[in-house]
Design a protein around this ligand. Structure first.
Ligand code: FES
Length: 546
């Protein structure tokens, strides 16, 4: 509505290019449309709504930081009323209250001849109002499918429309300047305008002054209300930070699980937030000191899963301060993920024994066999090795090609783990002899293996992604164990075990002299015992099962 009004007003100005008389004739039509009771009410309502929306936008905004385009739109929306106040009061106001006929000749004389500075202000106001409307329309229409086709034409119109209006006004200004030398014309115009008298002028000046004050008070009031609102809001909000950098502003009293769901962040919750499944658990970081301690139910569930002290149930805690949270289970976690699990799953440093086992010359062996036979032999081999590891109390970590990685001492101490690893190595060697005997018909030559065992500090935890997650260990001791397994190739042996393992296991391997070997990636040499046959290991009392 406002844009149509401004466009028709500018069109009326443009008629000045033809003549002042044409401009005045156009004004009759313009007033017939816009200065009747219905359109006046609609226009005033539109103005108030438009100005109110600008103020409301400012009031609602969380921050006054915004892109330049947005800031310009808001500043323009705020600047138009004070810039146009003089024009509106001087024409429509005096017309309504003092019967002044606001002919173009009257306006042109006032701001072209007598108050050119005011004329400049009106020109600026006109351009701001016009381009403010154009930008608003552009962002409204630009998503319409037809808009790109007509965008260029509309842009040309947007530039030419005010240009013609200004040309028209300047042309009328020059015509009035000449006509003013004609006293008869001047008298006739003054009579037609009908004032304003002194009272009208005082009223207009007061109205202009009051409008400035009124607008300033409204603006300050809105900013003050906004400040109060933001202060109250900040007092009732907090920030939840997630590991991917996502930060949610949430109201106090909401649970972390509810906050994740509201924001569309996938979060496991098998029991639906009833505090039973533990799948929603999160590690809490910065701000955890402000959390209330776990309630009875939450504490029971956390104890059941062996959770660390910085782990809480997302469905049970309602933070009151900013908090950093890390969901510990994938969003697709199942009920079984909430079952009791050892504490080391969350990640911890532990001293354990690590074993690597590999088949010697497996590639050549596989090349001579059908794939089916290779799979059959490998599965027999894995079963044999896996059984030896588990019976000795170790944990199978992974099968890598034809290799096996196993961890010992995960639930006990390192000494126990070292004994278990040696027991497993002896059992593997013995079982391999049985396996070779059983597969005699299927194998061109007996399976030979190399075993490497080392012990030391490692990081143990559940690692991986989505469904491919498992408990494993990483660290220098793991790499060393792997290198010891490879060293069997050089020694043409079956077992290379570090002196570290032997000492911790308190086993006498003095008949296998200590040797110092270099390990790739390590500065110091590693003292090892080398056995051509792991069944030569002494019998060791069975270690505790994992
Ligand atoms: S959703 Fe099950 S314990 Fe939180």
């Amino acid at each position: 509505m406002l844009f149509v009004f401004v466009a028709s007003h500018l069109l009326n100005h443009a008629l000045g290019i033809i003549s002042l008389a044409t401009m005045e004739a156009g004004r009759e039509v313009f007033l017939a449309v816009w200065r009747n009771p219905v359109s006046s009410i609609v226009l005033i309502a539109s103005l108030l709504i438009h100005f109110g929306l600008v103020l409301y936008t400012m009031f609602r905004r969380r921050t006054l930081r915004m892109p330049v385009r947005e800031a310009l739109q808001i500043v323009a929306g705020l600047a138009i009323p004070p810039l146009l106040a003089v024009h509106v009061i001087g024409t429509w106001g005096l017309n309504q209250n003092f019967g002044v006929t606001d002919l173009y000749a009257y306006v042109v004389m006032a701001i072209w001849v007598f108050e050119p500075v005011e004329g400049l202000k009106q020109t600026i106001a006109l351009l701001i109002a016009w381009f403010h409307g154009c930008v608003g329309l552009h962002y409204w229409l630009k998503l319409k499918p037809w808009y790109p086709k007509v965008g260029g034409t509309l842009f040309a119109l947007a530039m030419l429309w005010p240009a013609f209006a200004l040309f028209g006004f300047a042309s009328a200004g020059r015509e009035v300047t000449i006509l003013m030398h004609d006293q008869e014309w001047l008298d006739a115009v003054r009579a037609a305008i009908g004032g304003p008298d002194e009272a009208g002028v005082s009223w207009a000046l007061a109205a202009i002054r009051n409008s400035y004050w009124g607008l300033a008070v409204i603006l300050v009031a809105v900013l003050a209300l906004r400040w109060i609102r933001m202060t109250m809001r900040r007092a009732s909000e907090l920030t939840l930070s997630y590991p991917d950098g996502c930060a949610l502003t949430v109201r106090r009293g909401i649970s972390i699980l509810e906050a994740s769901r509201d924001a569309g962040i996938p979060h496991a919750s098998v029991c639906g937030g009833r505090g039973r499944c533990s799948t929603c658990r999160v590690r809490v970081g910065n701000g955890k000191e402000h959390l209330p301690p776990p309630g009875e139910d939450e504490a029971r569930v956390l104890k059941r899963v062996g959770a660390a002290a910085n782990v809480r149930l997302a469905c049970q805690i309602r933070p009151i301060n900013d908090l950093t949270v890390t969901p510990l289970l994938p969003a697709a976690a199942q009920a079984s993920d909430g079952h009791a699990r050892p504490a080391f799953i969350e990640g911890s440093e532990r001293e354990i024994a690590i074993m690597f086992v590999d088949i010697r010359a497996f590639t050549q062996m596989a090349e001579k066999k059908l794939p089916y036979d290779t799979v059959f032999v490998l599965n027999q081999y894995f079963r044999t090795m896996g059984t030896a590891v588990e019976e000795a109390g170790g944990r199978l970590d992974k099968f890598i090609g034809d290799g096996v990685m196993a961890l010992f001492g995960m639930d006990g101490d390192a000494a126990e783990g070292c004994r278990s690893a040696l027991i497993a190595a002896r059992a593997m060697s013995a079982s391999l002899q049985d396996l070779n005997a059983n597969l005699k018909e299927d194998l061109d030559e007996a399976i030979r293996i190399g075993i490497g065992i080392h012990a030391g500090p490692v990081i143990v935890g559940e690692m991986g992604y989505a469904a491919v997650r498992s408990v494993t260990a990483v660290g220098d001791a793991v790499n060393t164990a792997s290198r010891l397994e490879t060293a069997n190739k050089d020694f043409k042996s079956q077992l290379v075990v570090s002196a570290e393992v032997v000492e911790r296991a308190a086993v006498d391997l003095s008949q296998f002299p200590l040797q110092e070997i270099s390990i790739r990636g390590r500065d110091e040499q590693v003292a090892v015992h080398v056995l051509d046959d792991a069944t030569k290991l002494p019998e060791i009392a069975a270690a505790k099962a994992a």
